[in-house]
Each structure stands twice: as structure tokens, then as C-alpha cells.
Design a binder for this molecule. Structure first.
Ligand SMILES: *[C@@H]1O[C@H](CO)[C@@H](O)[C@H](O)[C@H]1NC(C)=O
Ligand SMILES: *[C@@H]1O[C@H](CO)[C@@H](O)[C@H](O)[C@H]1NC(C)=O
Ligand SMILES: *[C@@H]1O[C@H](CO)[C@@H](O)[C@H](O)[C@H]1NC(C)=O
Ligand SMILES: *[C@@H]1O[C@H](CO)[C@@H](O)[C@H](O)[C@H]1NC(C)=O
Ligand SMILES: *[C@@H]1O[C@H](CO)[C@@H](O)[C@H](O)[C@H]1NC(C)=O
Ligand SMILES: *[C@@H]1O[C@H](CO)[C@@H](O)[C@H](O)[C@H]1NC(C)=O
Ligand SMILES: *[C@@H]1O[C@H](CO)[C@@H](O)[C@H](O)[C@H]1NC(C)=O
Ligand SMILES: *[C@@H]1O[C@H](CO)[C@@H](O)[C@H](O)[C@H]1NC(C)=O
Ligand SMILES: *[C@@H]1O[C@H](CO)[C@@H](O)[C@H](O)[C@H]1NC(C)=O
Ligand SMILES: [Cu+2]
Length: 681
């Protein structure tokens, strides 16, 4: 019942943010449904009415430049040309006749240029991965390599990605992290919620529009599968809030284990011999297991005086990093998919699932009066305190890569050790100022009974049952989805299983939804125990102070407030920021603290909210929000031929899964546990 109550307070205010079109015709805005789904203009000049073609710098570095990536647009009016130059990256396209622009302040949620369709093929198979000098025999990779291929597109393109599952005993679904999926929830790639798993030997095609730009990653949402290697980088080229000359290829930072996450998971539930611990840190799939310091390091070459765009992506299972380059500052220009006013810093904290674009100015700065004379510098990724778990005696080396000015120089960099504060946190709230500003209408917070509290409960009746608090909850129940019954197929249900942890929002089109997530220490003894330590508390619920990176699908959210003391909210001591608050798709719920998130109900769908620590998501830390259920039913049953075809595929994927599962459930389960031994997401 509580959730019917809760949904009332999930509704909120009216004042919508109607943006007036900056364009003289409305041709590229608010397209009808078919625009989001259809193949769009094909990649042939012959079809183009008023084509614009230009190159965007891509990577990997100065000595080894990749072919630039060509953006292709087909306008239906004359006068458009590209305007992104090294001295003005804020501009993307402009019309020389009308002076209209697609640029860094454009409301990209509503307006984007007319791109083309880009097609990719991802073939998932098993492979032993040697990423750090030690074999992981349980690796699962796209197209034979880890990380998977770099998916690239330009702002306004449509992506069409064919996924083939060649695994023996796992289904798969692929999620495009941070992509808004406007009117395409069925392409969000979450089994049990937006689709059934793709069965072994079967394939499916994901089609969606890249309305945002920046960097991100794609990863499996099938249980713990991404921890075994099922992840890759994704870049959507667009404007930048600060200038740069060249771009480096994406930097994927991840933690890594020497065996399958499916095997490590039992440790999360039993705590024996300890909660799961990782073995090393990898950059773009390469690392050095403790001691083996002589393996090839990630290396990039730069030229003095140039400015480089670097795309940093944290694809960890369990680790947040502090990223820095010795003797250099970084100018931060985006957080997740949101361009921000540039700010300069000497290190940034990157939480799981978070991404930053930063600009590296190739001019070393003396630190304590010292600069490397050989022109080589460590690129560091230091696991943050309170957001990491590595095997004892096995702390990864933080010197994860080398930036070199001099091609001939091969020596190991010599340098000072940075003295960053290693506490796990997000980048400072006050620094994340989006370029396209949101003014969130003033709203009341829901009553405190409707806060979503993160805590732990026991796991009666579940696999690996034992008498301890090991299952997380976010909305009063630990999530446990049914692979074969995606929520979007059951929208007419009168009731929901508790295990599905569904919250129905009553918000109408363009009203706002507010979500308050807290980690109250109500039942905690004082002083607070360290994360991972046993706690004596209220018997049926346990609140333990740990930081959680909270991720919302289907929207960027405005972060109205973020704090480290949950009692401040109840005492009314929290100032909410309505005028252009930070905006992103993952925010760190501080240990014992709170998050106040708000987003506009402009995207009908079933959107999951979950912790991006893989172990926590697997043990239930998630909920589903149904946004505008009636509009969603209308959308999914649309007679638009593209939607009809896509929903036919959707049903076929479920049919294939059911058939495979019937035949293989027994063979693929690991006794004494059933086939599914975690939440499934
Ligand atoms: C939370 O879940 C527990 C256990 O299932 C149930 O007894 C309780 O009524 C629920 N509380 C609310 C507020 O829904
Ligand atoms: C447009 O792109 C072309 C080809 O990449 C480049 O030569 C030209 O300078 C660009 N024009 C502008 C205005 O940036
Ligand atoms: C972006 O373009 C609009 C016109 O479409 C213009 O008003 C605005 O000033 C431009 N912003 C920047 C940062 O150039
Ligand atoms: C997935 O595959 C792994 C082996 O790589 C196996 O241990 C696990 O049980 C499988 N799980 C499911 C749910 O398919
Ligand atoms: C790396 O170091 C280890 C241990 O110090 C040594 O056994 C190994 O031969 C070295 N490998 C290379 C390629 O130098
Ligand atoms: C990734 O995020 C996790 C959790 O927030 C954090 O512990 C880890 O240090 C991050 N890794 C990097 C390389 O930023
Ligand atoms: C580099 O960043 C640090 C920390 O933000 C700042 O104190 C320092 O002034 C910066 N130096 C330069 C040259 O920008
Ligand atoms: C490090 O940062 C945390 C949180 O931002 C703060 O509470 C702590 O006092 C800082 N520690 C030091 C030694 O400055
Ligand atoms: C919806 O109802 C069906 C049939 O009763 C049930 O199998 C399914 O689990 C329900 N779905 C959810 C998400 O509760
Ligand atoms: Cu968590």
C-alpha cells in the first residue's frame, strides 16, 4: 500500500519547461514517433538534399592518430555548415543565412541535428582474458576482445546495433548507459523489465536515437555478466564547452577479478571468506597484477602546447577512482552526458558508471617546484577509500598509465606522490553547472515516509540462504526479477509482485517526479561501524553506512541536493537548488547521507533505479518506476510499422528464451543453487 501512497508524492508540480524552438522551422524538433524509430536517411550522399560533412577528432594519440570520425548530416534547408574548430568547440552546426546554431547551449533533449543511421555488430562469446598477467578463464567478450569495440556516432544519429549471443549458458541483454531512450524504453536492454534475455545462438537489434552527446559505455544488464568483460566504450560526437586541438581515445577504468563475477557473488551473500574482492585495476583492458609491474602500461603521446580532449569512463564493478596526471591540471567539460561550464582541477573523482570529458593542456606545471625532465608523466587511477574492495596484500598500483611528450623516451617516469584526499565522494556539487540550464519549478519534498531508504534485510527462501543481513533494498523490498516476464509486457496487471519493486508514478506529461533516496542510520549503533562490519540493529532491517552510486535509466536527473547526513533532511536543514542544479545519470549517495533527484515525466517507460555496484544490484538494491503507464501502452501498441516490427522482435526474443530455458535450465544451473541465484539485473 505504501507505494500507492508513495506514488502520490512521486507526482509533482505543473510548470513545465517548455522550450521555444530556436529554429525557424520545426523540422528537427519534436519529431513524430516514427522519427525516433525509423531508419532515417541512409548514409548515401545521393539521398541528401543539403548535406554537411565534417570530421571530428577521435584518437588514439598524436603519434598514432586514428582516422577522424566523419559526421554526416542531411538538412532539408540550405545554408547549414559545420562550425566546430579548434578555436571554437562550442559551435557544432550553423546556418549562415538564418544564423541558427546547434551548439553547446542547445536544448538537446528537444533539438538535435538530422544525422544518419550507423550500424554496428556485437558478437558475444566466451574467451580466457589475460588482462593483468593472470588468466581469467571465465571471460565473456564482444567481437573477441575486451573491452568491446568503440561505438561512435554523431549528435543526432540513429544507432542500430545487432547483438548476437554466442555464450553457452547465459542469456544477455545490452544496456546503453545514460542514453535517454526517448520513446524507446523497449531498447533499454534490461531483462525482466524491458525485454527477455537474448538466448544463446540468437540475436536481436537495438535501435535508438543519439540525442545527447559525450561519452559513455554499453554493458550487459544480465545479472553479473558485465563484470566478466561484457562492456565497451561509446562516444557521441558533439560540441564542447571548452576548446581543444586533438582528442584521445576513451579511457575505460575498471576493477578486475581473476574469476567470474557469477562465482564471486556467493561471497557477497555469505561474507565468506570475505565479501567479494577484486584483483586489479585495468585501463582499456590492460593492467598489472600486484608485483607484475613490468607489463606494458597504457601509453599515450602528446605534443607540447596542444590541448587534448580525454574521455574518462568508469566501468567498475565495485571501485571509484581518483584520476590525475602528474604535473598537469585538467579542465572538466562534461559530467556524464551533460556539458558543463568548464572548471580546472588537479584530480577528479570518478564513480562507477560516471564519465567525465576533461581537457588536458600539454604544458607541465611544476609541483613542489618539480617537473619531470624526461617529459613522461604517470596517469594515476587511485581507488577511493570507502569505495573499493581489493584482495588483501593485493592493492593495485595506482600508476596505471604513462603520458609521454617524447616518442623516443621509454624510461619509467620519476615523480612525487600526490597527496589527494582519498575519501570517496562526487566531484564538488557547486562545480557541476550545466551549459543548457534547467530551471526546476519549486516543489514540496514528499513526506519523509515516502523517502526511499537503502538498507539490508535477510534472504529467506533465496539461494545461498543463511541467517545474515545480505540482501539490499531501496524501496522496502529486494529486487528479484523474472527474466522471462518483462514489466513492459504486463502493464495491465492489477497487482505487482513485491519482488519486482515497482513504483507507479502518477505524474502526467511534463509534470515532475521527485525521488528522495536516503541512507538513514536509524537502526545503527553509535559509533558507526566501518562498511562491511557486522552490525547489531533492528532485527528485520539493518542500515549500514556505505556509499552507493545510484543510477537512473531513461533520464538525466537534476540533483537538487546531495549530503552526508540524512538527518539534515528531516530537520529541514537542506537547501534545494532549483536554478540549474547539477544534472547527470549517476550520483553518489554518500555513506549515511541523502540524494534529492528530480526529473520531468517526459519519457513514458519502465525505468530502473539501481546501485551501480554490481554486487549490490545483484542483491536487490533497485526499483522500477513506471512513468505514464497509459501513454506507454499507447506507444508500445502503436501501428507505426517500425514499432510493429520492433515489438514482433521483442516477442520473438521472449519465445526463443523460453524455448532455450526449458531445454537448458538444468544443465546450466550450478547445484545446489537454481539457475537464477541473484536479482537478475
Ligand atoms: C515493507 O516490507 C515488509 C516486509 O515485506 C512489510 O511487512 C511492510 O509492511 C512493508 N512496509 C511498507 C511501508 O510497505
Ligand atoms: C568543416 O569540415 C571540413 C572538413 O573536415 C573542414 O575542412 C572545414 O574547415 C570545416 N569547416 C568549419 C567551418 O569548421
Ligand atoms: C547557440 O546558438 C543560439 C542560436 O541558435 C545562440 O543564441 C546562442 O548564443 C549560441 N550559444 C553559444 C554559446 O554560442
Ligand atoms: C552464467 O554463466 C556463468 C559461467 O560463465 C555461470 O557460472 C552462471 O551460472 C550463469 N548464470 C546464468 C544466470 O545464466
Ligand atoms: C616481470 O617481472 C617478473 C617478476 O619480477 C619476472 O619474473 C618477469 O620475467 C618479468 N617480465 C618481463 C617481460 O620483463
Ligand atoms: C569507479 O567508481 C567506483 C564506485 O564509485 C569507485 O570506487 C572507483 O574508484 C571508480 N573508478 C575509477 C577509475 O574512477
Ligand atoms: C592547478 O589546479 C590546482 C587545484 O585546482 C590549482 O590550485 C592551481 O592553481 C592550478 N594551476 C594552474 C597552472 O592552473
Ligand atoms: C577528506 O574529504 C572528506 C569528505 O570530503 C572530509 O570529510 C575529510 O575531512 C577530508 N580529510 C582531510 C584529511 O582533509
Ligand atoms: C503480472 O501478472 C502476471 C500474471 O499474474 C504475473 O505472472 C507477473 O509476475 C506479474 N508481473 C509483475 C511485474 O508483478
Ligand atoms: Cu550499492
Amino acid at each position: 500500500m505504501r507505494f500507492l501512497e508513495a506514488c502520490k508524492s512521486l507526482v509533482i508540480s505543473f510548470t513545465a519547461l517548455f522550450s521555444t524552438s530556436p529554429f525557424s522551422d520545426n523540422s528537427n524538433s519534436q519529431q513524430p514517433l516514427v522519427e525516433y524509430l525509423s531508419n532515417g536517411p541512409p548514409e548515401h550522399d545521393a539521398y541528401a538534399k543539403f548535406p554537411v560533412r565534417f570530421d571530428s577528432p577521435s584518437g588514439p594519440d598524436s603519434d598514432n592518430p586514428a582516422p577522424p570520425f566523419t559526421c554526416k548530416y542531411n538538412f532539408d534547408r540550405p545554408g547549414w555548415r559545420n562550425c566546430s574548430t579548434a578555436s571554437n568547440r562550442k559551435c557544432w552546426l550553423e546556418n549562415t543565412e538564418t544564423k541558427e546554431q546547434y551548439n553547446i547551449t542547445t536544448d538537446y533533449e528537444n533539438y538535435y541535428p538530422p544525422g544518419i543511421v550507423r550500424e554496428y555488430w556485437l558478437d558475444l562469446s566466451e574467451k580466457t582474458i589475460n588482462a593483468d598477467g593472470v588468466n581469467n578463464p571465465d571471460g565473456k567478450v564482444f567481437n573477441g576482445s575486451y573491452p568491446g569495440p568503440w561505438i561512435q556516432a554523431c549528435w543526432g544519429d540513429t544507432l542500430k546495433i545487432h547483438v548476437k549471443n554466442n555464450l553457452d549458458c547465459n542469456g544477455t541483454t545490452i544496456h546503453w548507459h545514460g542514453i535517454r531512450q526517448l520513446n524507446t524504453v523497449h531498447m533499454d536492454g534490461v531483462n525482466g523489465i524491458t525485454q527477455c534475455p537474448i538466448a544463446p545462438k540468437k540475436e536481436a537489434t537495438y535501435i535508438f536515437k543519439a540525442m545527447q552527446y559525450g561519452s559513455s559505455w554499453y554493458h550487459s544488464h544480465y545479472s553479473l555478466q558485465y563484470g566478466d568483460g561484457v562492456a565497451g566504450p561509446m562516444t557521441i560526437y558533439g560540441p564542447s564547452s571548452s576548446e581543444f586541438d586533438e582528442a584521445l581515445d576513451p579511457i575505460l577504468m575498471t576493477d578486475w577479478s581473476h574469476q567470474s563475477a557469477f562465482k564471486d557473488y556467493v561471497r557477497e551473500l555469505t561474507g565468506k571468506p570475505s565479501i567479494p574482492k577484486m584483483n586489479s585495476v585495468l585501463i582499456n583492458g590492460k593492467g598489472n597484477f600486484a608485483g607484475a609491474f613490468n607489463l606494458t602500461k597504457f601509453t599515450r603521446h602528446i605534443k607540447q602546447g596542444n590541448r587534448y580532449l580525454m574521455r574518462i569512463i568508469n566501468t567498475s564493478v565495485d571501485t571509484a577512482y581518483i584520476f590525475s596526471i602528474d604535473n598537469h591540471n585538467l579542465t572538466v567539460v562534461t559530467s556524464d552526458f551533460v556539458p558543463i561550464e568548464p572548471y580546472t582541477t588537479d584530480h577528479i573523482l570518478v564513480g562507477i558508471g560516471q564519465r567525465y570529458h576533461v581537457i588536458l593542456h600539454a604544458e607541465p606545471i611544476p609541483t613542489n617546484g618539480w617537473v619531470s625532465s624526461k617529459g613522461n608523466y604517470w596517469l594515476r587511477a587511485i581507488p577511493a577509500d570507502g569505495c573499493k574492495a581489493f584482495e588483501d596484500g593485493n592493492q593495485p598500483d595506482e600508476r596505471q598509465g604513462v603520458i609521454r611528450y617524447n616518442k623516443e623516451e621509454t624510461s619509467v617516469p620519476v615523480s612525487w606522490r600526490p597527496t589527494w584526499n582519498l575519501t570517496c565522494r562526487d566531484e564538488p556539487y557547486s562545480k557541476l553547472k550545466p551549459m543548457h540550464r534547467w530551471k526546476v519549478p519549486l516543489m514540496d519534498l514528499p513526506p519523509s515516509d515516502d523517502y526511499f531508504e537503502v538498507g539490508l534485510q535477510k534472504n529467506p527462501g533465496r539461494p545461498h540462504e543463511h541467517d545474515d543481513f545480505r540482501m539490499w533494498f531501496l524501496a522496502n523490498h529486494s529486487m528479484w526479477i523474472d527474466f522471462a516476464r518483462p514489466t513492459i509486457d504486463y502493464l495491465s496487471n492489477k497487482t505487482w509482485n513485491d519482488d519486482s519493486v515497482i513504483v507507479e508514478s502518477q505524474a502526467k506529461k511534463d509534470e515532475w517526479i521527485i525521488l528522495v533516496v536516503t541512507q538513514p542510520a536509524k537502526y545503527l549503533p553509535v559509533p558507526l561501524p566501518k562498511p562491511g562490519m557486522p552490525v547489531v540493529g533492528k532485527p528485520e532491517r539493518l542500515m549500514i553506512a556505505t556509499a552507493h552510486p545510484i543510477h537512473l535509466h531513461g533520464h538525466d536527473f537534476a540533483l537538487l541536493a546531495q549530503g552526508t547526513d540524512w538527518t539534515d533532511l528531516e530537520l529541514g536543514k537542506v537547501n534545494l537548488k532549483w536554478d540549474n542544479p547539477p544534472r547527470r545519470d549517476v550520483a553518489l549517495l554518500p555513506s549515511g547521507g541523502y540524494l534529492v533527484m528530480a526529473f520531468k515525466a517526459d519519457n513514458p517507460g519502465v525505468w530502473i533505479v539501481h546501485c551501480h555496484i554490481a554486487w549490490h544490484a545483484s542483491s536487490g538494491l533497485a526499483m522500477q518506476i513506471i512513468e505514464r503507464k497509459e501513454d506507454l501502452k499507447t506507444l508500445l501498441s502503436s501501428k507505426d510499422p517500425e514499432m510493429v516490427a520492433q515489438m514482433a522482435q521483442h516477442r520473438q526474443v521472449c519465445k526463443d528464451w523460453d524455448a532455450w530455458f526449458k531445454k537448458n535450465e538444468k544443465r546450466c544451473a550450478i547445484p545446489p543453487n537454481p539457475f537464477q541465484d541473484d536479482s537478475g539485473i
